[in-house]
Design a protein around this ligand. Structure first.
Ligand code: IMP
Ligand code: MG
Length: 185
């Protein structure tokens, strides 16, 4: 399958913004015991670049959440598929998310984490569609309400490895769908 996507945010722009975010986070968390929490899978690319732009001792942990879904319609419930391995009590937690869409995933992750009594919780999101009342402490880019892929974000599991963020139009969706149908996966 050839990939022709409209680029929305280039690799160069991403790199520059992540340097800025890393510098700000480095200043704000100076001498705190910082634990980065990245929900899988969408945030793994952003997280791996972001942590390398933070010049502080830090630890990283992963969790995986999944919304119970009925086909393509979210049911509004989220469950924990993989939990953290760290005890987050008295830690300064920075939740690293790929994208704020309806905000349900982030709101659930924040609820789960805050029930475990960390010292503080902050949120960094790579992209914000500005549809929720959640205001992250750090935001990479604000975008329009379009379906985007790349830089960790997927459509039906594909496109996570693109080094830029692209808009997935109906033609791209159809060709991914028919490829998956042919493979019966
Ligand atoms: P929520 O609606 O804010 O809970 O977003 C849930 C999850 O849906 C995000 O963490 C992403 O994994 C995924 N998602 C939301 N919008 C997009 C998009 O435009 N492209 C790819 N994934 C998305
Ligand atoms: Mg996600």
């Amino acid at each position: 399958m050839e990939i022709h996507l409209k680029s929305l945010i280039s690799r160069g722009k991403i790199r520059k913004r992540i340097e800025e975010l890393g510098q700000k986070i480095t200043e704000d968390f100076n001498s705190r015991d910082l634990l980065i929490v990245a929900p899988l899978k969408g945030s793994f690319v952003f997280c791996s670049d972001l942590v390398r732009s933070i010049s502080l001792p830090l630890r990283i942990d992963f969790m995986e959440l999944s919304s119970y879904s009925d086909g393509s319609v979210s049911s509004g419930k989220v469950k924990i598929i993989k939990d953290l391995t760290h005890d987050i009590r008295r830690k300064h937690v920075l939740l690293v998310e790929d994208i704020l869409d309806t905000g349900l995933t982030v709101a659930t992750a924040l609820n789960i984490l805050s029930s475990r009594n960390p010292e503080s919780i902050s949120l960094v999101v790579f992209l914000d569609k500005k549809k929720t009342e959640i205001v992250p402490e750090y935001t990479g880019f604000e975008i329009d309400d379009e379906f985007v892929v790349g830089y960790g974000m997927d459509y039906r599991g594909y496109y996570r490895n693109l080094e830029y963020v692209g808009v997935l139009d109906q033609k791209n969706k159809d060709s991914t769908d028919s490829m998956l149908d042919r493979r019966k996966v």
